[in-house]
Design a binder for this molecule. Sequence first.
Ligand code: ATP
Length: 356
Amino acid sequence: MSSQRVKIDGATKVYGDFKACDHISLDIKEGEFFTLLGPSGCGKTTLLRMIAGFNPIDEGKIYFNDKEINHIPADKRNIGMVFQNYAIFPHMTVQGNVEYGLKARKIKGKELTDRAMEAMKMMQIDNLKDRMPSQLSGGQQQRVALARAVVIHPDVLLMDEPLCNLDAKLRVTMRTSIKKIQKQLNITTIYVTHDQEEALSISDRIAIIHDGQVEQLGEPMEIYTKPANMFVANFIGTSCFLDGEASGGVVKILGVKELELNIDKEYKGKVKVSVRPEYVHLGAPKEGEIQGTITMSTFLGDFMNYEIQIDNGPLIEVNEYTDEMDISRKMNDRVSLELMSGRICVFDAETEKTIM
Ligand code: ATP
């Protein structure tokens, strides 16, 4: 199966005086699983629809390999699409749905049935081939939609929140099978979601979109551990921000705790220090340490989640995992918070951009 590189160069879409996509540039590699991740209304679907050819592009260019496709109509772009609402034909059987795109390409006879069967087997719906969509569960319908999208051997597969109508458990199962099938077929895939966990688990690379622009582009681990700015740190995972003052490579947090960090020694000024729940150790209250009071504890199986009111600071979440969980902790207990200095991020308080 062929696979294409997708290059987006300054793609812009304007509705009235509102820029839904504002000069977005991305270079998506052949066979890559690439995710557009961002909050509702940030412009993900608009960008995907421009790639599909459903929305005309107002400014910029889109290329499949080296070919500019701005003026190629959607039905000539050889793309497979999967949407959140399945979009399978209710009056056709599973097999009829899967064969539809092949028939539209004038494929007949043995090739038609062989290719449809191959796609249905891959999605594990071959035993359902004679059923009507109304006789299928949500997960099965979504598999039909996937089979229908890949059976045409698309150059690029576009998926817009394909799992959002499924229950939590099925979403996890389906995302694993989507990832496996995508790797098996090696189709360049552009996937839209607002679910950060889904994006982290499924993608080779992620573009974080906010207000029609790319905030950060990178591999899941990089985006999680090295967010480019406070928006990304807040959007991906859970982050709490503590006020600090930087000078000579040392950050004084909440006027209490000094940490020598790997930041430019020349940098001087107000900062925000982001802390994730898993990057803090709790200990007995100690002078010179950040201290707080436990206001809530929630047992979540392999870890305990605490909500802690920091003295002269915000509420913070801290997770203690099984190996270090202290089950004697209770509400109103006083604790010290030791931040893992190698894991925290520091942002300029004014620009909100990362300085470490
Ligand atoms: P969601 O996750 O909610 O689907 P999204 O990130 O996919 O959101 P888009 O559907 O791309 O967002 O929409 C981006 C912005 O453009 C939104 O503010 C939306 O209201 C606006 N928008 C989208 N389509 C149109 C249109 N046809 N006319 C006017 N504004 C539009």
